[in-house]
Ligand binder design. Structure first.
Ligand code: 5AD
Ligand code: SF4
Length: 454
C-alpha cells in the first residue's frame, strides 16, 4: 500500500501546488492518509517568504525523525527545498527527496526513483525551466472555489524578496489551456475561479492571443462561473484595461489586491520596486474612477533597511489617501540570497514592532470608516461555513469581505444568497439573509466527479 500525508505552508500558490501534487500522487497509485502515522511517504510543502522559515522546517523535520525506522520516507517540497537544496540531506539525512516547485513536472519520475529505493533525489530546476506545472490531475480541496495558476515564477527581483530565487523565472500558460481548465471545472460544478500568479497581471499569453484583461474577461464569461478573482497584481503591470474589464464583466469580482510595500518613493527605490508613490497612486485613481465600487487591499513592509520616521509617515499618509479595505502588514525580514540582506541601516526589531502596531491601528480606524458604506446595503454572499455557536453563517462578499449573517434555514455551503448588512466591524460585516439560497451549491458530487477523474 502506497500512502502519503502532505502538510502545506505559505501562500495560495503553494496551497494550489499541493492540490496538484496530491492529484499526481493519486494518479501514481498512492492513497491519501488522514495523518502522518498512517503514511509511508510524508511530504512537507514549505514557504520561505519571511521569518526563520528554514529553521522551522528543520525543527519540524526533527519531529518527523522520531518516526524513522517505521519504513517511512520523507520529501521536502516548495520554496525552502529550492532555497536550501541538497543541504537539507546533510542536516536531515532521513529526507529522500528535495524538490522545488519548478521541478514538479518531473514528480512521477522522482517518485519512481524513490520507490526503487534511491535516496537523495533532487528536483532543483532553479531559474532554468520554461515549463509550467499543468496537470489535469488536480485534487481540489474546495468543491466550489477552484484555483487556476496562469503564471509561475517572478522576474521582478525586488530587493527583499526570495521568490525569484525559489520559484524560477516568469512563465505563463497559454490562454487556451487556462480557458480549457476553467470550462472543465465549471462543468464539474465550481462557481468561483481564482486565477493565481506571483505577479498575476504580468501574464503574457505565449500564443499572443489574449492580454491579461482579455483572459480575465474570457474566464468571467465561462458558463456557470459566478465569480472570478485574481491575485496577486503588481503595480508595474497594472493596466487600465483591467479596471475596464471589471466594469464590463459582472462576474469579475470588485476587488483588487495591489501591494504597494511602502508609501515613500525613497524606500520604493531602495526596494527596487520600479515605481514611485505618484505612479502607484495613478493606478489607484483609475481603479477608483470605475463605475463599480472596487475594494482595494494591499501589502506593506515596515522597517526595510534605511526606512526613516519620515518614510514611515508617508506610508501612514498613503493609507489615509487610498482608504484601503484591508492591509497585510509585515516586518521586514532579511532573506538569503536577496540584495537587501546586506544593506546598511537595518532597523531595530523594537522599531519594526512599533511601526507595525501603528500601521495596524491606523488601518483599523480607516476600515471602521470605510466599512460603514455597507450599512443597509444588500450584498450577494457565497456561503462558506456555519452555523457557528450563535447560529450565524459565514460567507464572503464579491469584495472578499467576511459576512456573518442570520438565516431562517441553514443554506448549503457554496450556495449564494443576498444579505442585508445591519452592523459593521473592523474586518467583517454582519447581516440578515433576505433571499432564499440561489443556485444550489455545486455539491460534493463535483468533488467526487473530480476525484473519479483522478
Ligand atoms: N520581509 C517581509 N515581508 C516580505 N514580503 C515579501 N518578502 C518579504 C520580506 N523579506 C511580503 C510582501 C509581499 C508579501 C507576500 O510578503 O509584502 O507582498
Ligand atoms: Fe512562500 Fe512566496 Fe514561496 Fe509562496 S511563493 S510559498 S509565499 S515563499
Amino acid at each position: 500500500m502506497k500512502t502519503f500525508y502532505i502538510e502545506t505552508f505559505g501562500c495560495q500558490m503553494n496551497a494550489h501546488d499541493s492540490e496538484k501534487v496530491v492529484g499526481t500522487l493519486l494518479r501514481q497509485g498512492y492513497t491519501q492518509a488522514a495523518d502522518e502515522a498512517d503514511a509511508t511517504l510524508i511530504l512537507y510543502n514549505t514557504c520561505s517568504i519571511r521569518d526563520k522559515a528554514e529553521q522551522k522546517v528543520f525543527h519540524r523535520l526533527n519531529e518527523y525523525k522520531r518516526m524513522q525506522g517505521e519504513g517511512k520516507k520523507f520529501a521536502v517540497l516548495g520554496c525552502v527545498a529550492q532555497q536550501e537544496g541538497a543541504k537539507i540531506f546533510e542536516k536531515a539525512p532521513y529526507v529522500s527527496l528535495v524538490a522545488g516547485s519548478a521541478s514538479y513536472n518531473h514528480l512521477p519520475e522522482m517518485l519512481a526513483r524513490l520507490e526503487a529505493g534511491e535516496n537523495r533525489i533532487t528536483g532543483l530546476d532553479d531559474r532554468q525551466t520554461d515549463q509550467t506545472f499543468d496537470t489535469e490531475f488536480t485534487a481540489r480541496s474546495n468543491p466550489h472555489r477552484g484555483y487556476i495558476t496562469i503564471i509561475e515564477g517572478c522576474d521582478k527581483f525586488c530587493a527583499y524578496c526570495v521568490v525569484p530565487y525559489t520559484r524560477g523565472k516568469e512563465r505563463s500558460r497559454s490562454s487556451a489551456s487556462v480557458l480549457a481548465e476553467a470550462h472543465r471545472i465549471a462543468q464539474l460544478g465550481f462557481t468561483e475561479i481564482q486565477l493565481l500568479g506571483q505577479n498575476v497581471n504580468s501574464y503574457r499569453d505565449p500564443s499572443g492571443r489574449r492580454s491579461f484583461a482579455e483572459l480575465l474577461a474570457a474566464v468571467g464569461e465561462v458558463n456557470g462561473i459566478k465569480r472570478v478573482r485574481f491575485t496577486t497584481s503588481h503595480p508595474r503591470d497594472f493596466t487600465r484595461d483591467i479596471v475596464a474589464a471589471i466594469d464590463a464583466v459582472p462576474t469579475l469580482c470588485d476587488h483588487v489586491h495591489l501591494p504597494v510595500q511602502s508609501g515613500s518613493s525613497n524606500v520604493l527605490r531602495a526596494m527596487q520596486r520600479e515605481y514611485t508613490r505618484e505612479w502607484y497612486l495613478e493606478r489607484i485613481a483609475w481603479t477608483k474612477a470605475a463605475r463599480r465600487d472596487i475594494s482595494l487591499t494591499t501589502d506593506i513592509i515596515v522597517g526595510f533597511p534605511g526606512e526613516t520616521n519620515g518614510d514611515f509617515e508617508e506610508t501612514l499618509c498613503l493609507l489615509d489617501e487610498v482608504g484601503y479595505d484591508g492591509v497585510y502588514g509585515f516586518k521586514y525580514s532579511p532573506r538569503p540570497n536577496t540584495p537587501a540582506m546586506h544593506m546598511a541601516d537595518s532597523i531595530a526589531e523594537e522599531v519594526k514592532v512599533e511601526r507595525l502596531a501603528t500601521l495596524n491601528a491606523r488601518q483599523r480606524e480607516i476600515q471602521r470608516r470605510n466599512y460603514a458604506r455597507h450599512l443597509g446595503q444588500v450584498v450577494p454572499v457565497m456561503v462558506e461555513h456555519g452555523p457557528n455557536h450563535r447560529g450565524q453563517m459565514t460567507g464572503r462578499s464579491t469584495q472578499n469581505k467576511t459576512v456573518n449573517f442570520a438565516c431562517e434555514t441553514v443554506p448549503a455551503v457554496g450556495s449564494y444568497l443576498d444579505v442585508r448588512i445591519t452592523e459593521i466591524f473592523p474586518s467583517s460585516l454582519l447581516g440578515v439573509a433576505v433571499s432564499a439560497p440561489l443556485a444550489p451549491s455545486p455539491t460534493l458530487l463535483a468533488q467526487q466527479a473530480l476525484n473519479a477523474r483522478i
